[in-house]
Write a protein that binds this ligand. Structure first.
Ligand code: NAD
Length: 537
């Protein structure tokens, strides 16, 4: 899958005095002072005037930054009609012409658009500058560039041609539109779920998450600036159920590109199955969903590396990554050192408004998330099976702040070890060193998910045992590293079990789902006699 000439976008540091810091800060001031009206966009046309939803900063929920138009049933129907009209022309563009749009978008984002996207992601989704930089700048640029590379490689996959004939695989798009339903937590995922099918010649109906609508609207404008023709990606923010019911109710629905929670993906899948006979083709269903990602330490692990990975893995972006470390298994012999270091580091960690660049954490995304996380912390507080070692404070007066929380559980199947919390909450189970073989089975069986996981050990035999014993427990498996931070082109991302269809975003495997290949055979000199030689008398 590797390519010689695509490089990952370098991560800028935003250190004091750097030019990127000055440019970002002035863009933050500009965006913080305006209220953007985010329209529905169909066929390039801005549609406003209907019901609107306010978008506020999670770290300052009195601060209005946008109003997002809610697509009506008619808007979604118009978008689907526009796909019918536009898809043929777009899909007939040669791959290199389509690719040029996305490569230009990548270059614009690497240059003049970088700070717009980062500032919108910081203000709208409460990401610190580093978390925004690795998402809305670097990862999105990487998706755009690497997918072009993968699409080229896909076209190279051709059958052999025997003497007297020519065989070819033509990578057609799906016959219909792709419905991209995207999550709040990564601007890059929003962009990629829409752009990957579009690159392959599909037209896309993009429904962003309301809480990420501001950054996602900037992505759409970036694509327009890069020359994406109107109607290839229609932008339909709005009530998820209304938009989905029109999209999935259309005979032209050809594929779902989803990232979000398992429960929502289940609902969408169910709705598709119920309407299956109505569709022109069997739709492609691609969904990357929840996780309950583990960190398993062996007695030979480096205590400092482990505690750093736990802190970064569990707390970065307030634990709102599908890959976030959220359950840890640490041997009793190692725990006192790891605990001391972890609690010590946590006591220095700063949380607050992401415009203050000295902060390590911002707020969680909205009130619903805040209450859900608070509920899990409360359950732990009231249970005899768990103790809160750090954090546990929640304060929503200004923003939705949840302090990074470490829970030590006595029951390894305590609810916070099993369910996705999607907040800065790490549960730790301390096991007796000699229980190592059984602990592998426990890690494997404790949660229904299979997204990411990490083992920490310096003993090579232990690494091998964990890798074999946890083969199906994670689609992205890390050795001596935190389970977050997959990089496009380096660690194709996705998991199995209840974590999704594991179609590996940012790889050729994902692009394969957005094509319906046609095999063409041309015979140069066709037969003119139906009789075979064995029939001759
Ligand atoms: P979510 O499921 O609440 O929302 C995802 C999208 O689905 C949004 O656009 C939302 O508006 C839409 N939606 C919500 N209800 C719907 C309904 N009834 N019908 C149709 N669409 C509906 O998820 P979220 O809070 O945005 O994101 C967090 C979740 O995403 C977590 O579970 C996380 O693990 C998962 N996630 C997974 C990956 C991965 O690669 N596996 C990556 C990022 C996030």
């Amino acid at each position: 899958m590797a390519s010689a000439h695509v490089q990952n976008e370098p991560i800028l540091t935003y250190a004091p005095g750097s030019p990127e810091r000055a440019a970002l800060e002035s863009e933050l001031v500009r965006q913080a002072a305006e209220v953007v009206n985010i329209p529905v966009i169909v066929n390039g046309e801005r549609i406003g005037g209907g019901e609107r939803l306010p978008v506020t900063c999670p770290h300052d929920h009195h601060h209005l930054i946008a109003n997002v138009q809610q697509a009506s049933t008619e808007n979604v129907q118009a978008a689907i009609q526009s796909h019918r009209e536009n898809q043929l022309e777009w899909s007939n563009w040669p791959l290199e012409e389509r690719a040029a749009v996305f490569l230009r978008a990548a270059d614009l984002l690497s240059g003049p658009w970088r700070h717009k996207l980062n500032a919108a992601t910081m203000l709208g989704q409460s990401k610190t500058v580093y978390q925004a930089e690795i998402d809305s700048a670097c990862e999105l640029i990487d998706f755009l560039r690497w997918n072009v590379q993968f699409a080229r490689e896909l076209q190279e996959l051709q059958p052999i041609s025997a003497a007297g004939a020519r065989n070819a695989l033509e990578y057609r798009p799906l016959e219909g539109f792709v419905y991209a339903v995207t999550p709040f937590n990564f601007t890059a995922i929003g962009g990629n779920l829409a752009c990957a099918p579009a690159l392959m010649g599909n037209s896309v109906l993009w429904k962003p998450a309301a809480t990420a609508a501001l950054s996602n609207y900037y992505v759409l404008q970036l694509l327009e600036a890069a020359g994406l023709p109107p109607g290839v990606i229609n932008f339909v923010p709005g009530d998820a159920k209304t938009v989905s019911s029109v999209a999935l109710g259309s005979t032209s629905f050809a594929g779902l590109h989803f990232t979000g929670s398992t429960a929502v993906f289940d609902n969408l899948w169910r709705s598709v199955s119920e309407q299956l006979p109505n569709y022109r083709s069997y739709p492609r269903l691609v969904g990357e969903t929840g996780g309950k990602d583990f960190v398993l330490a062996h007695a030979s692990a480096d205590a400092d590396a482990l505690s750093t990975a736990l802190l970064r893995g569990a707390c970065e972006y307030q634990g709102q990554k599908c890959s976030a470390a959220s359950r840890a298994y640490v041997p009793a012999s190692l725990w006192p050192r790891v605990k001391a270091r972890l609690l010590d580091d946590l006591s220095t960690l700063k949380m607050g408004d992401v415009r203050d660049l000295s902060n390590f954490m911002g707020a969680v995304i909205d009130q619903r998330a805040y209450e859900r996380i608070n509920g899990y912390i409360d359950t732990a507080r009231r249970s005899g099976e768990a103790s809160i070692l750090a954090g546990g404070q929640c304060d929503a007066r200004k923003g939705y702040f949840v302090s990074p929380t470490v829970i030590e559980v006595r029951d390894p199947r305590f609810v916070t070890m099993q369910e996705e919390i999607f907040g800065p909450v790490l549960s730790v189970y301390v096991y007796r060193d000699e229980e190592w073989p059984e602990i592998l089975k426990l890690v494997d069986e404790t949660s229904p998910y299979g997204l990411t996981g990490a083992v920490f050990a310096t003993d090579r035999a232990a690494i091998n045992e964990a890798s074999a014993g946890l083969r199906f427990a994670a689609g992205n498996f890390y050795v001596n590293d935190k389970p977050t931070g997959a990089v496009v082109g380096q660690q194709p991302f996705g998991g199995g079990r209840r974590s999704g269809t594991n179609d590996k975003a940012g790889s050729i495997l994902n692009l394969l789902r957005w094509v319906s290949p046609r095999t063409v055979k041309e015979t140069y000199v066709p037969a003119t006699d139906y009789r075979y030689p064995h029939m001759k008398g």
